[in-house]
Write a protein that binds this ligand. Sequence first.
Ligand SMILES: NC(=O)c1ccc[n+]([C@@H]2O[C@H](COP(=O)([O-])OP(=O)(O)OC[C@H]3O[C@@H](n4cnc5c(N)ncnc54)[C@H](OP(=O)(O)O)[C@@H]3O)[C@@H](O)[C@H]2O)c1
Length: 369
Amino acid sequence: MADISKESKVKYNFVGKSGLKVSNICLGTMTFGENQVKAPGQADESLSHQIIDRFVAYGGNFLDTADIYGLGNSEKIIGTWLDKQSRENFVVATKCRGNMGPESNKNAVGLSRRHITSSIENSLKRLRTDYVDIYQTHAFDNATPLEETLRTLDDLVRCGKIRYPGVSNVTGWQLEKIVQTQTRLGLNPIISLQQQYNLACRESELEPFQVCKNEGIGVLPWSPLKGGLLTGKVKRDTKPTEGRLGWVAQDERRHMQSAPSYSRVPSKVFDIIDTAEAIGKKHGRSVAQVALRWLLQKDVTTSVIIGATSLAQLDQNMAVNEWSLCAEEMDQLDELSAPDAPYPYEMISRLNNDRVNSRVYDYFVKSVL
Ligand SMILES: NC(=O)c1ccc[n+]([C@@H]2O[C@H](COP(=O)([O-])OP(=O)(O)OC[C@H]3O[C@@H](n4cnc5c(N)ncnc54)[C@H](OP(=O)(O)O)[C@@H]3O)[C@@H](O)[C@H]2O)c1
């Protein structure tokens, strides 16, 4: 294994306006352990531990998992690793909401007091720890009153089982309602939003990220490479055969947000990949490194949650702190990957083009250099 230079070490950011500090790269562990759908690229315990060790060698202190990943397998693998570490050095985030079964338990899913309370107990056992640093709701639950969910998360903070609540996969109005309800009830606030964000998926800039900027919530982008698509290894005219995307291409019913099907990739995404490749060439960098770097230079980003199925992929992805994109390159990528702004976003943004007041806090995602 090559030595890790001082320049490639991670940087550290506070999560939103909380006092919690994390590395600007978070290690995603969805590919640790066998999973339910038998997707390829799942690392066994030994490789998973090597990947975490290497991530830590770069200075990484932040791990993301979920109860649903491999129905507990990812959490168990982190648990056996964490058991051998000084727990206080690491920030561990997990999630609940997914259906953990069995079929006979009708309360094994969602964000009810009942399910959250049993979920945290099970996650703590698998993770072999007394507390979770960021406990995230995996997606909005239409069936449970928000007050019930948020009071339960607050109770978990108060009894020390979790340090901070966070959310994942929400719309703008849902996020604002979460914030307002916590404020009205005087509850411990969420500190982070874990949301899909990459050069092929920027729709959250229209609403949820504006709430994040306004409320001081940190954004943790997931699937930063759109499941491997933004590495340039899938070519415009060739159906992929390898890795997660090759597995989906074999049977497109397997399509997920984190595993897009080849036939549905818009040609605009291949244009973005071509541009990222041309920009990367100038810096001696890969498409993946350009895609990750673009995310790190967005002012909402706290920590990018990367995924890697091998140590070589990890090394390539961790090298993003060594260099940066210039303003023109950020503009070029921004322009090409901009999401369509439907009504009323297009109209409101056009009418406010000349309404910039430096004393009023701006809500829009900007690039930082
Ligand atoms: N909150 C949520 O709903 C949610 C959803 C999804 C993910 N997440 C989190 O986000 C993390 C990352 O998600 P993700 O795995 O979808 O991230 P991603 O970065 O979009 O995709 C990672 C995959 O791309 C390929 N890859 C990675 N680096 C590469 C490189 N340098 N060169 C070539 N191929 C490369 C690998 O797949 P192959 O080797 O198979 O091609 C790898 O498994 C997850 O582990 C999880 O913690 C959260």
